[in-house]
Design a protein. Structure first.
Length: 194
């Protein structure tokens, strides 16, 4: 819907219908979660909305100002760093520096090391994400990202042995079926109108 409003990107009716099993599957898997939390759900919805807007405006920027996706990523990384380092410093940095519990056993250095590694991995994730955004539509990228999340959840179920209900599994299966159906329909229309 956002892609249609902002980018004027139209999809075929079967492509829109293919989204229904994904949406219903995610709703079923989420609402029947044993540790369901309404605040968490609302936060996730806002996060997804923001993520979708980021994808759409990144695609729009790539198209409208003819900037290379790595150049756009570098620019956004600089802006993000300038915006969020002051917040981090006042909320966490001062505490890490002044609280003595972080000083024992070089704990502060360990924290900064983990933050550095996390930053590098997050940047590499964004390199892949911006490359994908430059190659596919925002809708296709969002579907791919949903698939990634479902796979991560499934892996965590096996590794962390989180309890699941039959309804959870049904919801995840329906969402995965929807992703496969979306890919089939999308591929059909791309080949047909190429």
């Amino acid at each position: 819907l956002l892609s249609r409003l902002i980018l004027r990107e139209k999809q075929s009716l079967p492509v829109y219908f293919s989204l229904i099993p994904i949406i219903i599957g995610v709703i079923i898997a989420t609402v029947t979660e044993i540790s369901f939390n309404a605040v968490g759900l609302i936060s996730a919805l806002f996060s997804t909305f923001g993520f979708s807007l980021q994808n759409i405006y990144s695609k729009k920027s790539l198209k409208d100002i003819s900037i290379h996706h790595y150049a756009l990523l570098a620019l956004l990384a600089k802006i993000s760093w300038c915006l969020f380092v002051p917040f981090w410093f006042f909320y966490d940095g001062i505490d890490i520096y002044s609280n003595t519990k972080y000083h024992s056993h070089n704990r502060a250095m360990k924290i900064f090391f983990y933050l550095f590694i996390d930053g590098i991995l997050n940047f590499l994730h964004n390199v892949v994400a911006f490359t994908m955004i430059s190659l596919v539509s925002p809708l296709s990228y969002s579907i791919a990202n949903s698939t990634k999340r479902i796979v991560v959840i499934c892996i965590s179920l096996f590794i962390l042995r989180n309890p699941v209900t039959t309804t959870n599994v049904l919801g995840m299966s329906l969402a995965l079926f929807g992703v496969m159906y979306y890919n089939k329909v999308r591929s059909f229309y791309i080949l047909r109108f190429k």
